[in-house]
Ligand binder design. Structure first.
Ligand code: PMP
Length: 457
């Protein structure tokens, strides 16, 4: 199909103006305001499969997928039916519900080290709880996180974080006390030497190292070959716990998250979000039974929530995971590879230096500043071949060196031609199992103009 111009969005613009009178910045999560890409933030009113529709009536092929949850595509009939059925029985009771254990069983079957689970409503709560468990289990105060990794917006995890903080170029957040910030050691990612030094000087004080299973909040930066295994060994040698944050990668990089893709080492605690709730507010913390049983009511670590395990959210998550069978993952992988290949080909054709990086079916495209290298990018951090013509991105410093203005031009041209990309260069791109030939053809048609726009910067 010929691309339809979706460049003008006066209805969305009016809605943004109205919202900004009553909602801070007009948005309920910072990156939605299009601050780093410019233009009118789209208000989406409908989604079907690979497509979303804005308030102006333009259709876009979606490469955001609600930041991950829409694994099967928007408004998948089975997920909608499950939600409608659950909702019709009542929206929640603040009591246990039969579906909760079914969802927990589904998760444990895929990720056996999540021996016990606790459901919460957001990824932020999941990582916050995991850290509280780790501190209680070890009796130690310090946590280690990596620059460019994002684990939600709890106080101790905002230092040098990716996602919205990377987009806004913030080193951390105002309102976090120096005492709290001082309990977080921030290290460069994929740098084992830095981790060894931290353990050498603070080893008996470090409760846990929290790491995204593959970093996806500064663009996609997979762990270097051997990094996760070495990190795990180092933690355990020093009596510290590993928290693998799979909020973004869980059930999306592959059926068992990035853990299943990498098969490197088993963490002590793991966090899930996004796909696990199928698009409704649901997340989880899981891990070894002996650690998880530190949580109330079995143990002394308090954690609870009015909305935790909400039956409608659990129904959405369960229907999504049950629909995410081998065939769905095969479609997801094929769509992901095809989008990567066509984007890389268009950028190469236009002479735009770039590198495509992957974490299972997740990927992102970094726009380079340097010259196009005929040799290509060679091997990525994890050692797999990488598409592109720029040097691989290994950590936050190299992610920050990307050509954000080129991304902005590319994003804008894609949007105008009916393709919705993440409104920041510091985010992963998401396909769904519903990205069929028609959706891929629509992306392909939009690419030459967008690649040319990036080349013109
Ligand atoms: N951890 C990771 C790896 C994430 O990607 C996110 C959200 N993008 C979070 C935690 C926080 O999740 P939430 O936004 O649901 O609080």
């Amino acid at each position: 199909p010929a691309p339809v111009s979706a460049g003008s969005a006066p209805v969305s613009a009016g809605l943004a103006a109205r919202a900004s009178q009553v909602i801070v910045g007009g948005v309920n999560s910072p990156v939605r305001d299009f601050g780093s890409v410019g233009g009118t933030p789209r208000f989406f009113v409908k989604g079907r499969g690979a497509w979303v529709t804005c308030a102006d009536g333009h259709d876009y092929v979606d490469l955001v997928a609600a930041w991950g949850p829409a694994l099967l595509g928007h408004a998948h009939p089975d997920v909608i039916a499950a939600v409608q059925q659950a909702a019709a029985q009542g929206l929640g009771f603040g009591a246990s519900h039969p579906l909760e254990a079914e969802l927990a069983e589904e998760i444990t079957a895929r990720v056996p080290h999540a021996e016990r689970l606790r459901f919460v409503s957001t990824g932020t709560e999941a990582t916050m709880t995991a850290i509280r468990i780790a501190r209680a289990a070890t009796g130690r105060p310090l946590i280690v996180k990596f620059a460019g990794h994002y684990h939600g917006h709890s106080d101790g995890l905002l230092a040098a974080a990716g996602s919205g903080l990377a987009t806004l170029g913030l080193p951390g957040s105002a309102g976090v006390t120096p005492e709290t910030a001082g309990q977080t050691i921030v290290l460069p990612y994929n740098d084992l030497g830095a981790l060894e030094e931290a353990f050498a000087s603070h080893g008996d004080q470090i409760a846990t190292v929290i790491t995204e299973a593959a970093a996806c909040n500064m663009g996609v930066v997979p762990p270097a070959a051997g990094f996760t295994a070495a990190l795990t060994e180092l933690c355990h040698r020093h009596g510290a716990l590993v928290i693998s944050d799979e909020v973004l990668t869980g059930f999306r990089s592959g059926p068992a998250g990035y853990w299943g893709v990498e098969q490197a080492a088993t963490p002590d605690l793991v966090t899930f979000g996004k796909v696990v709730g199928g698009g409704l507010p649901l997340a989880a913390v899981g891990g070894r039974a002996s650690l998880m049983e530190l949580l109330a009511p079995m143990g002394p670590v308090y954690q609870g929530g009015t909305l935790s395990g909400n039956p409608v959210a659990v129904a959405a998550g369960l229907a999504t995971l049950r629909g995410a069978d081998d065939a769905a993952y095969a479609r997801l992988a094929a769509a992901s590879e095809q989008v990567q290949a066509m984007v890389s080909a268009a950028l190469t054709e236009a002479g735009v230096a770039h590198v495509v990086q992957t974490a299972g079916t997740l990927f992102s495209v970094f726009f380079g500043r340097g010259e196009v290298s005929a040799a290509g990018a060679g091997a990525g951090a994890a050692g797999e071949p990488t598409l592109g013509t720029a040097a691989p991105v290994l950590d936050y410093a190299t992610a920050q060196a990307q050509h954000t203005d080129r991304y902005r031009a590319f994003f804008t041209a894609m949007l105008e031609n009916g393709v919705s990309l993440p409104p920041s260069p510091f985010e992963a791109w998401f396909v769904t199992a519903a990205h069929d030939e028609a959706a891929l053809a629509h992306i392909r048609a939009a690419l030459p103009a967008a690649a040319a726009a990036a080349a013109a910067v």
